[in-house]
Design a protein around this ligand. Structure first.
Ligand SMILES: Cc1cc2nc3c(=O)[nH]c(=O)nc-3n(C[C@H](O)[C@H](O)[C@H](O)COP(=O)(O)O)c2cc1C
Length: 193
């Protein structure tokens, strides 16, 4: 496979498209798009979120110690992109997008109603990466859309219809096709049964 070197950059995909909801000390909600987000530990369940220090969202999380990571469905690509282009310092993104909010169970930051998955997090630590900060959040509760649950057990990925972000080439995609079952497909290559 012939390849080109890209040098030290941040081209890597796929990434999730998420909307992070947060509140400031006055209880005012902000919403920002984040793709540098991922699960980093199972015990305790922890999510990592990398934020530029200039974000209003970063300031909010520092003030109130919590945030919610909301999965973005493909149908909300326009709203999500907008929330990544404008700061809550300049615009009321809740008003412009028309998205709805509901109280979380364990944190002050609200859930985005239209998101099929909401992850409630308590800020536990912060790693200095220069201009960016890696925030670690303990997951206190997750809300998953009811229609995703199959009667025979398990969850239907298409009910979430997550918007996928291709960082580096700046494109949004939908999930596409299921290819294989994780933790099972690889057993085809096991040498001993
Ligand atoms: C697809 C996409 C992904 C983004 N991911 C991040 C991210 O992971 N971290 C970050 O600091 N900014 C990210 N941004 C930029 C912020 O969303 C943007 O600066 C936003 O205006 C910040 O809003 P706030 O000031 O209201 O917090 C992303 C933007 C887009 C469009």
């Amino acid at each position: 496979m012939t390849k080109r070197k890209l040098g030290p950059c941040v081209t890597f995909f796929p990434q999730p498209t998420t909307l992070v909801s947060s509140v400031d000390a006055q209880g005012e909600t902000d919403l920002m798009t984040a793709s540098w987000v991922g699960i980093v530990s199972k015990t305790p369940p922890t999510i990592g979120l990398s934020l530029n220090q200039s974000r209003k969202t970063y300031q909010n999380i520092r003030e109130t110690g919590c945030f919610v990571v909301n999965m973005v469905p493909a149908s909300l690509a326009t709203e999500a992109d907008y929330c990544g282009l404008k700061s809550g310092r300049d615009e009321d993104k809740k008003l412009v997008t028309g998205l709805h909010f509901e109280p979380a169970e364990a944190v002050a930051a609200p859930l985005v109603t239209e998101a099929p998955l909401n992850v409630e997090c308590r800020l536990t630590s912060e790693i200095d990466l220069g201009e960016y900060r890696l925030l670690l959040g303990e997951i206190l509760q997750i809300h998953a859309v009811e229609k995703a649950f199959r009667s025979e057990g398990g969850m239907d990925a298409l009910a979430f219809d997550p918007l996928v972000y291709l960082g580096g080439i700046r494109e949004y995609w939908d999930l596409g096709q299921k290819v294989a079952q994780a933790y099972k497909e690889g057993t085809k290559l096991f040498q001993t049964p």
